[in-house]
Design a protein around this ligand. Structure first.
Ligand SMILES: [Zn+2]
Length: 230
């Protein structure tokens, strides 16, 4: 079956579905590599240099980010972007704030290797680093041409944008592309029970609150995405 993964792969606790690419440097699901490289080659003919800023990420990496935000070792922002003090909040409030900006470990689509955060390095000023900001991809921004090209061309390579406009969960991410032949199956496979088992086996901060709220978290942050051509 296309893109079929076991529970450990789906939740980023194994990387047996992932291959490392040297140029451009990134790690992807083995079934997504050919399509991404073909899309990159087509974009290059238009003077766009597609560079993945982030592709596969594993559970432990996401867990480290989560636990550092929970404990206040890493900045915590509210949904409005203002800094929060973790020490003054309840566990439920911290969980809510982290979810506004970071995926729950086990629930990140980046675990699948089908997801790529992409920039156009040809449009980046020398020495500048991309912020992955909405303004960069909006008309007038450095990646507006990339955004436009992707909107017209990515579908024929199997890619789409799962995070388009604000839904209950994740904010719009115009840079985040998903390879449908892998991710559509993965989304079906990543049930609440699969996610629950991954979290129960981990030492995630706030676990009691997370497990209590898991039905809503799964609904709002896993299922509430756009699908291809809709
Ligand atoms: Zn992403």
């Amino acid at each position: 079956m296309n893109g079929s993964m076991n529970e450990l792969e789906l939740t980023g606790r194994a990387c047996t579905h992932i291959v490392d690419i040297v140029d451009p440097a990134c790690a992807l699901h083995h079934e997504a590599v050919g399509a991404f490289l073909a899309m990159r080659a087509a974009a290059l003919e238009e003077g766009l240099i597609l560079v993945p800023v982030s592709a596969f990420r594993d559970f432990d990496r996401q867990l480290r980010i989560w636990n550092e935000k929970f404990s206040g070792r890493r900045p915590l922002l509210g949904r409005n972007g203002r800094p929060l003090q973790a020490a003054t909040l309840t566990a439920a409030e911290i969980v809510e704030a982290i979810l506004a900006w970071s995926a729950l470990p086990g629930a990140s689509r980046h675990h699948w290797g089908s997801e790529i955060d992409v920039i156009d390095s040809a449009a980046l000023a020398t020495g500048a680093s991309p912020g992955l900001l909405l303004a960069e991809y909006a008309p007038g921004g450095p990646f507006a041409r990339l955004h436009d090209w992707l909107s017209r061309n990515m579908d024929r390579f199997g890619f789409f944008r799962p995070y388009r406009t604000t839904r209950p969960g994740v904010a719009p991410e115009p840079w985040h592309l998903s390879y449908a032949p892998v991710s559509e199956g993965a989304l079906d496979q990543l049930t609440e029970d699969v996610l629950r088992r991954a979290l129960e086996a981990s030492d995630i901060a706030g676990r009691t609150v997370i497990l209590e709220r898991l039905p809503e978290i799964h609904r709002d942050y896993v299922l509430a995405v756009y699908s291809r051509s809709r």
